[in-house]
Design a protein around this ligand. Structure first.
Ligand SMILES: Cc1cc2nc3c(=O)[nH]c(=O)nc-3n(C[C@H](O)[C@H](O)[C@H](O)COP(=O)(O)OP(=O)(O)OC[C@H]3O[C@@H](n4cnc5c(N)ncnc54)[C@H](O)[C@@H]3O)c2cc1C
Length: 390
């Protein structure tokens, strides 16, 4: 749903301009220093980029899902590190609070994330809880007016720099699977919480990912999200359902950018006395990229609109994430091919960096295989529901 076309267009224009004027010229610097420079982070914060999805009453822009995915497609037409820097606040790092927190919790934490003063993250994954996300072993034991958390989360985006952690832990020691899990908002500085150094990764230089360690970490009872034990996994699923559409948009932006770079190359590089883009075999690769990007874009927009209208989008959100992330991988591969050797040599183009950066999309927030399984599950669920209503 678009609330006000003029306001949205102004925002999209601002992001588009910022991406070309600030983000693109600094991409190599971000890769070389493995950090988004603090001045650029401040610039993004000043422009409200951290608060896109946070409701207006808590200092954000309160973008609808449709507006959010449109903004995300613009911002992500640059190195992934930029949108990863703000993206936990506009997605998984704030959404559990937006969806399920008490009013007091919202008032306390959301304005900090909306302004970019605090960086949020979502800590779900563990050594034995990857695709099987409900197999959480981190425990939270009630001790007076605190919970005492013990365990370790791994592969957590922005953990090394985060101020606020949405953490999922087992409050019922006798439970297994999705039951008995609760969600907490944990502040850096709480006794017993530490984070690792960032991992060395295949790509996404400048986007720190690491571990979160809870060693008798004392969390005040008032930081139990929603104030109710045992509903944490439902909260996680609410977050991830919305995030699947958001992430699909964030897969579409880099694909648009890679195609743009490949088009430039195809229109300038000459072989056999003509531009390589004139060769029909090259043209076909570029056309396939465009066709798939457009399909993903329309799918994401339609699903975002359906979510805004209150429809059940569990099936469509999974399709979005699966299709857009796989699409982005295919586009990256074809674009490297269009660049020829220059696509492989980092000194000659940045397409190889994008190729490495986007590989992650098919792995996190549900691997492609997990989404294929979920798509089947959701199809069966709908068939059963239709059969009952017939
Ligand atoms: C850089 C990075 C950032 C991340 N950020 C976050 C974050 O911010 N917060 C967070 O909580 N997590 C985060 N993750 C974790 C991510 O969501 C998990 O890595 C992902 O869910 C896969 O889990 P796994 O790595 O344990 O793989 P595994 O579950 O071990 O999967 C291994 C392989 O087995 C396949 N497989 C597993 N189960 C099945 C099945 N039932 N059927 C068919 N195939 C199956 C998978 O598809 C995969 O191919 C991040 C990961 C990375 C690498």
């Amino acid at each position: 749903m678009i609330r006000d076309e003029k306001t949205l267009n102004a925002l999209l224009e601002e992001v588009r301009d910022w991406v070309r004027r600030v983000a693109h010229p600094n991409e190599q610097r971000v890769a070389d220093t493995n950090e988004v420079p603090p001045g650029i982070v401040q610039d993004m914060a000043g422009r409200g980029f951290f608060g896109w999805s946070i409701p207006e009453e808590y200092g954000g822009l309160g973008l609808t899902t449709e507006e959010l995915v449109m903004a995300a497609m613009e911002l992500s037409q640059s190195a992934v590190a930029y949108r990863a820097r703000v993206g936990t606040n506009t997605g998984i790092g704030s959404e559990a609070l937006v969806a399920d927190a008490t009013e007091v919790q919202k008032q306390k934490y959301l304005p900090l994330m909306a302004s970019g003063q605090a960086t949020g993250c979502l800590a779900l994954t563990e050594v034995n809880a990857g695709s099987e996300a409900s197999n959480i072993e981190t425990t939270a034991r009630r001790d007076g007016d605190h919970y005492v958390l013990n365990g370790m989360k791994r592969y957590i985006t922005n953990a090394p720099i985060a101020d606020l952690f949405t953490v999922f832990a087992r409050t019922d020691p006798d439970s297994s699977g999705a039951r008995g899990i609760s969600a907490f908002i944990v502040e850096r500085g709480y006794e017993g919480l530490s984070t690792s150094a960032p991992y060395k990764m295949m790509g996404q230089s400048g986007s720190p990912v690491g571990e979160v360690i809870f060693d008798d970490c004392r969390v005040p009872v008032e930081n139990l999200i929603g104030g109710v034990e045992g509903i944490g996994f439902k909260t996680a699923m609410k977050v991830l359902n919305k995030q699947r559409i958001h992430l699909a948009a964030l897969c579409t932006g880099p694909a648009i950018r890679m195609l743009d770079m490949a088009m430039d190359h195809a229109n300038t590089r000459q072989q056999f006395g003509q531009k390589v883009g004139n060769f029909q075999l090259v043209a076909a690769m570029l056309a396939d990229c465009r066709a798939e990007i457009e399909a993903a874009r329309q799918l994401v927009l339609a699903t975002a609109r359906a979510r805004d209208a209150g429809a059940d989008i569990a099936l469509e959100a999974s399709i979005c994430k699966y299709f857009a992330s796989e699409m982005c991988g295919r586009v990256a591969d074809r674009c490297v091919q269009v660049f020829g050797g220059a696509g492989y040599v980092a000194d000659h183009s940045s397409i190889e960096r994008y190729y490495r950066d986007v590989r992650l999309f098919r792995l996190y927030e549900g691997t492609s295989q997990i989404h294929q399984l979920n798509i089947m599950k959701q199809m069966q669920r709908r068939r059963s529901a239709e059969a009952v209503s017939r």
